[in-house]
Design a protein around this ligand. Structure first.
Ligand SMILES: N[C@@H](CCC(=O)N[C@@H](CS)C(=O)NCC(=O)O)C(=O)O
Length: 203
């Protein structure tokens, strides 16, 4: 199996961490999305990473890849098989991915010429970011991890979103505004899988 990823993609980071935690043999292939010679559209018509290539089929997007990898490679399962618990994990992933979507939308808007930038976009997306952080901060309560205080894919998804938001908005003071998330991120960053995939500020 081969995974196409780009360096700072929070969606691809979820999969890189899952692969690492579960010790799944996957070849990692880094791509540069801005490179004109990048051929990932041959594997995903949406030309987005991550993409998992298994023999002659390619799988995307990240929630689908995560399901595939977790289901196919035990015995450590990070997405519960119990339906209700699984829906909780997927719901936390949805908030986490939405946080990343909102952060990316602001970044793309900032890349437009200043005269064409729309302040409504900043406000609308920043509201999503703040409400999502607030909700995630409340829902972990005083537990170490989201689902029954046991490390799961929900923590991977939220941890990657936090890493991305911290990268793009270093001015957000997690310790004073979202203390539970601050602790979660500190805890996750002790894991080798999180350290080795940490986003790089200059990219
Ligand atoms: N929902 C997708 C989002 C993937 C995504 O947007 N990836 C970005 C990299 S962070 C990308 O490939 N962007 C290229 C593009 O939109 O053309 C997933 O979870 O995999």
């Amino acid at each position: 199996m081969k995974l196409f990823y780009s360096n700072n993609s929070p969606y691809a980071r979820k999969i890189r961490i899952l692969i690492d935690e579960k010790k799944v043999p996957v070849t990692l292939e880094k791509v540069v999305l801005a490179d004109k010679n990048c051929t990932i559209h041959e594997y995903n018509p949406l030309a987005k990473v991550p993409i998992l290539v298994i023999n002659d089929i390619s799988i995307f997007d990240s929630p689908v890849i995560a399901e595939y990898i977790d289901y196919k490679s035990g015995p450590l399962y990070l997405i519960p098989s119990d339906f209700d618990k699984k829906i909780l994990v997927k719901r936390w992933e949805a908030i986490a991915d939405g946080l990343c979507d909102a952060s990316v939308a602001i970044m793309l808007e900032k890349r437009r010429p200043i005269s064409q930038q729309n302040t409504d976009v900043f406000e609308k997306q920043m509201r999503k970011i703040k409400l999502s952080l607030q909700r995630l901060n409340e829902e972990i309560e005083d537990k170490e991890y989201y689902l029954e205080d046991t490390f799961s894919y929900a923590d991977i998804a939220v941890g990657c979103a936090l890493g991305y938001v911290k990268l793009r908005y270093p001015e957000i003071d997690f310790k004073s505004e979202y203390l539970n998330l601050y602790h979660l991120h500190e805890e996750l960053m002790k894991r080798q899988s999180f350290q080795e995939t940490a986003p790089e500020p200059y990219l």
